[in-house]
Design a protein around this ligand. Sequence first.
Ligand code: ZN
Length: 597
Amino acid sequence: MTTSTYSLTWDLDVFFQGGSNSTEFQTFLGELKETLKSFDQQVSTWSVENILDDTSSFVSILESLQNSTQKLGQAGAFVSCLQAQNTEDAKANELRGAVATLRAQLNTILTNFDDKLTNIKDEDWNNLLKADGINELEFVLNERRQKAKEKLSKDQEALLNALSVDGYHGWGEMYDSLVSKVKIPFEENGEIKKLSVGQAHNKFSDPDREIRKDVFRKWEEAWDDKADLFAATLNHLAGFRLTIYEQRGWDKVLKEPLSYNRMKKETLDMMWQVISDYKQPFVEYLNRKAEMLGVEKLSWYDLDAPVGDVNSLFSFDEGAEFIINHFGEFGENLANFTKKAFEDSWIEAEDRAGKRPGGFCTGFPLSSQSRIFMTYSGTPSNVSTLAHELGHAFHSYALRDVHPLKRGYAMNVAETASTFAEMIVADASVKNAKDDKERLTLLEDKVQRSVALLMNIHARFLFETRFYEERKNGLVSKNRLNELMMEAQKEAYGNGLEEYHPLFWASKLHFFITGVPFYNFPYTFGYLFSLGIYAQALKEGKGYEEKYMALLRDTGSMNVEELALKHLNVDLTQRDFWEAGVKLCVKDVEEFLEMTK
Ligand SMILES: [Zn+2]
């Protein structure tokens, strides 16, 4: 057995000793409760009558806000990590419940706070924003107040918050519980193994088509087996959300996700429009890949299949070195930061049963550290995922000296930082390929990423938008969900596949995330946005890292349209920017088609 330099499991003890039995964490939760109590007191007794005579009380409320949010962030991150590393950890589930209750309490306090903000006269408000200690928070405070104005009365919102613990987030938790019971049988060396969802998913990049097909059959069966439960879960979750929108008088399902992502509808529409206009080259790629795999047409389970016979696996150490070296070609900050993340055990990568599927990066705001979760089995796509999550961690790192209340960035710009990191590794590795065979494999990996973001995510977006529209009129059956998914996939993949994955709505956890609505288009936004940044980085060379970090630092306090204008000098509501990004992806496809002629 070889020992690796870098640990495959993460260090959580540095935050709280003892995992889900941590007494240190219990104490921390107790403190957090007290913090919330005094924050509540402070907000309740705060008078906005003569607000300009007493700006200091507002400043101290902002301090409490920062304090409560950071502590809650710390607790939430710890619990997510505990749950992800062992889905059978019942104690961790209890802790999640406790944290959810505290989060709801904070939300109730904030509802009260926000209500008071809306009661401040516009003129007073504008003067208030000029005061010391407040002026630098203008953007985030205006945003808060504006959002509050669009909501229901304080009491109604407080009730909604309280009800959301069991009536909304509870459904998200239900999904996770159901998924942990999904096991996919897989025969290896004459023995039937029960794979977790994450383990089974990795088999979709197996070079053997029979294995992929077999796993896919069992995969669909396993999801179908519990599809009624998943359908009920999804319907209730969506129903809760829609009822709230209706009560608030929001008639557009996309209102919340757009404002959360600080972007305009025109920007989103233009992005998808351009993508739809450029489906054809990607369909040609799918057809070429089918040819190379010796099949008439590609199926869902072939999408991640490796082409050619290069089937290199990277040990965790090799993957780490690979990433660190290539990051180093972009900039020293990124490389040094990453090396430290590996050295200090920030990453949980071990391939074992009982882990949550997928990957994520979560920040511990009080410690200025992040943790990365994934299941690493050595595939090139695992290396990409690792680079991706490290990109997220670097984003938090870049923001570490920014005012804590200006560090809240949305998913679309979060995915910019992560895909940017992924791209550095992908691009550099194509350039450094030792021969054409390897070059092709790596190039294909890049194209696969484009297919994922311009086709797969597009399907998710189409499905989710249509599902929510239908859900407005009542429950949507499991069969209808399958249909909607099939239609969305056909459209998004330009009818380029033989077999689709109708139960994708059940197998993809993103549809069940309650923290962020529409957990899809921000990925595509981030991808194309980062391509734009990447193009500039290539032009400007190593010194670009400083500018990149300056952009990251502004991500918590600007709309994306302003961010793009300031740092990239482009207008996101116009076609050009998106087209330039998509064309870069098409260029990879053309190169792939040329190499495989
Ligand atoms: Zn990400």
